[in-house]
Design a protein around this ligand. Sequence first.
Ligand code: APR
Ligand code: MG
Length: 279
Amino acid sequence: PHTGRWKVWNRDDVVQTLPKRRANAHKGTFGTGLLIAGSDDMPGSAVLSAIGALRFGIGKLSVLTTKEAKQIIASIVPEATFLIRDLAKQELIADIDPFSCIAIGPGLPQDDVLEQLIHEILTKEIPVILDAGALRKREYPYRKNPIILTPHPGEFVRMTGIATKQLESKRIELASKYAVEHHVIVVLKGQYTVIAFPDGSGLINVTGNESLAKGGSGDTLTGMLLASLSIHQDVKAAVANAVYIHGLCADKWIEDNGSSTLVAHEYANLLPIVMHQIE
Ligand code: APR
Ligand code: MG
């Protein structure tokens, strides 16, 4: 039913759309991303997202997190700067305009404070990526800049109330319906990640493999998306390229290693090799 408006995103598409890093570039060319992630119990999610963003080429990265999580993130990702907020104490952010893109959710508990923060962020005209703890049933405002949701099937079920069994056989149809009705981009993850756009079109990703079926691989993707949105002009290419290259790292891994052995903090280290082959 979707032929024509849906297509497989392939290597040639990536090669043609991935922005070249010009010789006269400076860090401002590649945006400043804000990552709202990590809590005292889940600092590692923010580490993984931050590594994903920096390795994918973002110009500057700020991480809004708790004081305790910051100590851990800063010790592993010295390139990041920090905004310390205890979301549990309702310390929100007043000025988020200077950022080129915001990603929110990895390692955050789902609660009312987070919900209020998300509503505040969605009033700003900046591309926003919502993942993990930031995904729940809600309505989205109409805005010029994209809203990108990155659910795995369990999170999509939580967002929609659709039965898991029904989702398995209708991933494209259901992701597309949600994207059109809520005017958001849906990245429905899993084997053959489905990327549904609000105009009814969509892309199917064919990279990635079972080595990604391990906690943390989604957090890395969120960081890569944050960077990708900051460096691309074209939103569709930005989303699809991050998903494609994320999967390609895992494909590279199983060329030389056992598929059960990949851990998320290592495969962002594969980005240099994988990007070198694409650029
Ligand atoms: N083939 C290809 N890609 C896969 C496969 C597979 N078989 N399995 C997983 N992936 C990819 C997905 O497409 C996605 O990009 O790995 C990534 C997994 O992302 P998430 O499911 O978000 O995983 P992550 O958040 O890192 O860890 C799961 O989420 O809901 C919470 O509590 C849950 O701790 C758990 C965490
Ligand atoms: Mg996840």
